[in-house]
Design a protein around this ligand. Structure first.
Ligand code: LFR
Length: 468
């Protein structure tokens, strides 16, 4: 079958045509675009432009051959509010906007964890809703994630899936339904919350005029995939057993494990680990860490220096000389990322990077420190030890990261696939249409067909805190 996978990230969006059958998984055509913001301050997403870019890309990939179904996944937290009739009440806010700073203090961690498996944080859907004016919430007929808004425009069906619902801080993990208590806390009414569908079911068909516009067959189904990009990436992690650690590294890095059991709320208090949902009700237990956001914000300012030579120059520098705390809250949305990183490095390591290559090295080594700390904390909390570390997403394309991570963690790192969310999305479409059976079959297919680089620990001094 041929899936159209629409994978929307907070930095870039991708639309691809992917061939999936029992022995084949191949991205045939892929179009990428920067995710558009609507104003100079970048407080909101330009959803109409996002729709235009997505449809444009969809038309281009559909031009190359047949499409049997469509699926959409996107980053978590952000949403749009629809009024009756289906139009958006304003452009959706970006989670990095400052309006929610400190809002999470208004939630009780114990109660939030007991119901949702999450810890309160400033940019969750719930925290963002707390900052919405009451009349706006009063006018709201439906709240949809960014991915589900796109799906709504494509099909007319307003719904979501368990993986996205589980990130909102409003979904009850115990009943797998919206929490009346938490909805009341943030002031949104129950009817405004979308129906929650299992991943891998058919949501509806593309509207006839869109089938014409995109050049796809009439009645093309839209499949409810894992609407949360992280859950989608975890499906496409080429693990052969259950005891693996994943690092899904795009704009963010989610460091965690999959588990058939829920994370007991009490033991997770204060740890920063959360229990979200993957496919088939599986728990994904992870901590959010800064990911390629730090690097991309620097590369974006260094328009006169191409990324590849800089990464190559950084790769030959000794590891662990300069580090900073990649979880410093000032890194969340700074005006000038390189200047801030130089400052944080001076604070921590006594001197700032002498050039851009040194700064890239410092970013990689600092991310690695945070990832290793997360793995250690996770294993101490669960009393387990993962075998290999699977690094998926954009970070898997960086050998410097794979190598440093293997050495610092003292374990094998399997890096790839880079387009994990997109592939997970395509695989769940194939599953809904009967071409792939279950998650183990999805993973076996990824492992047989996709490039995965293996990094082993080496003897170099590694970027651990005690060498900094
Ligand atoms: C990754 C991700 C994370 C979520 C963050 C913000 O793209 O979806 O899982 O915590 O974005 O939405």
């Amino acid at each position: 079958m041929h899936a159209m996978a629409i994978d929307l990230g907070a930095t870039s969006g991708r639309v691809a045509r992917v061939h999936v059958d029992e022995s084949e998984l191949r991205v045939l055509d892929l179009i990428r675009f920067a995710t558009p913001t609507s104003d100079s301050r970048g407080a909101r997403w330009d959803f109409e432009e996002l729709m235009t870019l997505t449809l444009d890309a969809a038309r281009q990939v559909a031009d190359h051959g047949p499409i049997d179904s469509v699926g959409i996944d996107a980053w978590g937290a952000d949403y749009g509010l629809l009024e009756r009739g289906g139009s958006l009440i304003g452009a959706p806010f970006r989670y990095r906007d400052t309006r929610t700073r400190g809002v999470s203090r208004r939630f009780d961690e114990r109660r939030t964890r007991a119901i949702t498996g999450l810890m309160p944080h400033d940019f969750s859907t719930a925290a963002q809703l707390l900052t919405e004016p009451k009349p706006t919430l009063g006018r709201t007929a439906k709240l949809l994630s960014i991915g589900d808004l796109v799906a709504y425009r494509l099909t007319g069906h307003a719904a979501t899936d368990c993986s996205w619902a589980s990130t909102t801080q409003l979904f009850d993990l115990r009943t797998l339904g919206w929490s009346a208590e938490l909805l009341a806390n943030v002031g949104i009414h129950r009817n405004a919350m979308p129906q929650v569908q299992p991943c891998g079911t058919v949501r509806g068909e593309l509207l006839p005029h869109l089938c014409d516009q995109l050049g796809v067959a009439g009645r093309t189904p839209l499949v409810t995939v894992a609407g949360h990009d992280t859950a989608s990436a975890i499906v496409a992690t080429p693990a052969g057993s259950d005891d693996f650690i994943y690092i899904s590294c795009g704009t963010w890095a989610l460091v965690g494990v999959e588990s058939a059991e829920r994370l007991p709320a009490e033991s997770a208090l204060g740890t920063g680990f959360v229990n979200e949902l993957g496919v088939d009700g599986v728990s994904t237990i992870h901590r959010n860490a800064a990911g390629l956001w730090l690097l991309n914000q620097c590369l974006g300012r260094w328009t006169d220096t191409p990324a590849d030579p800089l990464l190559a120059a950084a790769a030959v520098l000794p590891a662990g000389q300069l580090v900073f705390d990649s979880e410093d809250p000032r890194l969340f949305a700074p005006e000038d990322m390189p200047t801030l990183i130089a400052e944080l490095t001076r604070e921590r390591s006594g001197r700032g990077p002498a050039n851009r290559a040194e700064m890239v090295r410092a970013i990689i080594d600092s991310l690695v420190l945070t990832f290793v700390r997360a793995i250690e904390d996770l294993e101490a909390m669960l009393g387990t030890r993962g075998q290999a570390i699977h690094l998926v997403g954009g970070g898997a394309a960086l050998p410097i990261l794979g190598r440093a991570l293997a050495t610092a963690a003292g374990r094998t790192v399997l890096a790839g696939p880079v387009e994990a969310s997109l592939l997970g999305n395509a695989l769940l479409q194939a599953r809904a249409l009967g071409s792939v059976q279950d998650t183990p079959a999805c993973r076996a297919l990824v492992s047989h067909t996709q490039t995965v680089h293996r990094y082993e620990p080496d003897q170099q001094p590694n970027p651990r805190e005690d060498t900094a």
